[in-house]
Design a binder for this molecule. Structure first.
Ligand SMILES: [Zn+2]
Ligand SMILES: [Zn+2]
Length: 609
């Protein structure tokens, strides 16, 4: 996934089940019995999904569960959204026993029906929402599953759609009017496949992305849209990545996009799925990077996936040391795609890479937390304290930088005949296409060694498994690039804040040395007003326009009390890094640099012509 940078907003990532098979069409009445779900959207303004689940062929006892995690590597306990779980056999109500926070047991035979309601009103690609605007459903958050029977076919029926709404999903849903109301049905080969195909229901615009070998469409829920531009940008991103990875691993692909106000108040980001992605962004500017990242996940993580994530276990954490590759190197490829297709200029590419290095180096935790440890600790990202610079580094940031460094080393060692592109293609052949999980950093290293012809043991040991300082100058120099340090003074707020699930802006951390701390601002304070109005959407942008000494008036809610605090803007001295081209670089280094920027490999013999 990708997350919007929204001050301290830590919606983090994810890969769920991975490589779900393509959905099959509904089994129909005469097909094999399947587990069926009927989800009624009759009460959008109350945010309640009414669910009826039918489980055939029960003999003696039935256990049902709701996942505790999905879409993000975070235990979020979707059972906490559920109300009034009941079971019936025929028309008779039967006892249902709660076993633990997410499990129920029913005794009986034949077809067992379970009914419940579940409340969802959270915007964004990592959640589920039903309101008067739309329904967005991550299926693992709404339908229960039967442990031991998740490999069975499922059928999803959506009923009582409000007038003018229709569904879109990688699941093929067919709709018909039933007593004036639209109902839609679709099948999935397994529960995991259904869970990996979010559904948008509402009023949206459909954009068919032109000129792609297999159908790619964008379903856009937005208040305003430049259709032609979006289609053209998506065409460039998809066409390039499909060429890079040598063909489409899908029959059809869907971007489910919320753009502008419909993205909700909580920043945004994207979530990858087997044959679709869900993206929410406030502006088209953010969209390109997220789209390029999510589309590349089609290969890296959805098909080329760590063995540790296989099979999915919805009841507890699944740990992998390879998120620096699954997420971070996916970000490397998002930036490569954008510069190689001309959607980013060369200077934007350097600016982005320099920005990643600045972010990474600004975090004291970089001195001790390795890329692998950061991957394992993904599950802690739901705790604000974990996200503090002293406590963690991001495997996105570090992985993106490691990807570029590894690419340069492969190009240098092979005289620019091979690159990281070959590593990704090779892993796709060996693991992705065979649906075989890779052994975290070990298989990544072994593939890179095969491509480059030589050991990467030291690189992986020092910079992936351990937290030694990254060899920026030495490696960037091999590509005719230099890292320069720029010292700058920056206005500083002295506190961080982010939106909680309800959209309220909440203070997350307060720098004890700051004026904000002196005037009494505390973590947990809800910011009701910002200079007597609404808080800015982009804090960084707002802050950059401030001067040291300016006063910010905050209206605070704390324990049911209203307070007014005046916080003086401070100043922080900050090192940041920029990447510049070395004009004295040798011929080989210049070829490697061109190779990074254009996605080409070119040995010295080829450049002599
Ligand atoms: Zn990602
Ligand atoms: Zn929507």
């Amino acid at each position: 996934m990708t997350q919007a940078r929204f001050l301290v907003l830590f919606l983090l990532l994810a890969a769920s089940s991975v490589h779900a098979k393509n959905p099959v069409s509904p089994a129909g009445d005469n097909g094999a019995a399947s587990i069926q779900y009927e989800i009624s959207l009759a009460n959008p303004e109350r945010h309640l999904f009414h669910v009826e689940m039918k489980v055939p062929d029960v003999s003696g006892e039935l256990t049902v569960q709701i996942p505790s995690w999905n879409a993000l590597y975070q235990i979020r306990d979707f059972s906490s959204h559920m109300q009034q779980v009941e079971a019936r056999i025929g028309s008779d109500k039967v006892p249902i026993e709660k076993i633990d926070k997410q499990t129920w047991k029913i005794k009986g035979h034949g077809m067992v029906k379970i009914a419940y309601t579940t409340f969802w009103d959270e915007p964004g690609p990592f959640a589920t929402q039903l309101n008067s605007e739309h329904a967005f459903i991550n299926p693992a958050m709404v339908p229960l599953y039967v442990p031991g029977r998740t490999a069975e076919q499922t059928q999803l029926n959506l009923s009582d759609l409000p007038d003018d709404w229709k569904p879109a999903s990688a699941l093929k849903l067919e709709c018909a009017r039933v007593v004036g109301k639209l109902s839609c049905a679709g099948g999935a080969s397994t529960y995991d496949a259904m869970a990996d195909a979010p559904v948008e229901v509402g009023k949206f615009t459909v954009i068919d992305v032109p000129g792609i070998e297999a159908p790619v469409r964008a379903i856009v829920h937005t208040d305003k849209l430049d259709k032609k531009r979006l289609a053209e940008e998506l065409h460039r991103i998809c066409a390039y990545e499909l060429k890079l990875m040598e063909g489409a691993p899908f029959d059809s692909y869907t971007f489910l996009l919320h753009l502008g106000k419909t993205a909700g108040s909580s920043g945004g980001g994207g979530m990858e799925h087997a044959n679709s992605t869900a993206i929410a962004v406030r502006s088209e500017g953010e969209f390109l990077n997220v789209a390029a990242h999510e589309f590349f996940h089609l290969w890296n993580v959805k098909r080329i996936h760590p063995a540790a994530l296989d099979p999915v276990d919805y009841t507890k954490e699944q740990y992998t040391r390879a998120l620096w590759f699954a997420e971070g190197v996916t970000s490397t490829y998002a930036s490569y795609t954008l510069v190689r297709t001309g959607l980013w200029s060369k200077s934007l590419f350097y600016e982005d890479l320099g920005g990643q290095i600045s972010d990474l180096e600004a975090r004291p935790a970089g001195a001790w937390q390795s890329a692998e440890q950061s991957s394992l600790d993904a599950w802690l990202e739901k705790y604000p304290i974990y996200n503090r610079p002293a406590n963690s580094v991001s495997y996105y940031t570090k992985g993106q930088v490691l990807g570029v460094l590894l690419d340069i080393l492969i190009r240098d060692r092979t005289d620019d005949q091979h690159s990281l592109d070959d590593v990704l293609r090779s892993m796709n052949e060996e693991f992705g296409k065979r649906n075989k999980g890779y052994r975290d950093s070990l298989d990544i290293r072994m593939t890179a060694e095969r491509v480059a012809g030589g050991s990467f043991e030291e690189f992986f040991d020092r910079y992936v498994a351990h937290a030694e300082p990254l060899p920026y100058q030495r490696v960037l120099g091999l590509a005719g690039l230099e890292l320069k340090t720029v010292e700058r003074r920056r206005p500083s707020l002295g506190f961080s804040a982010g939106r909680d699930a309800s959209g309220a802006l909440v203070v997350r951390g307060v720098d004890p040395e700051s004026n904000a701390a002196q005037v009494g601002l505390r973590p947990g304070d809800a910011i009701a007003t910002w200079n007597r109005g609404e808080a800015p959407r982009d804090f960084d942008e707002w802050l950059n326009a401030q001067k040291k000494g300016n006063v910010l008036h905050l209206g605070i809610q704390r324990d049911g009390q209203s307070l007014n605090l005046e916080v003086r803007i401070g100043e922080a001295l900050e090192n940041s890094f920029v990447i510049v081209e070395n004009s004295n670089a040798g011929e080989k280094a210049r070829r490697i640099r061109e190779g990074l920027l254009h996605g080409t490999t070119q040995p010295v013999t080829a450049s002599v012509r």
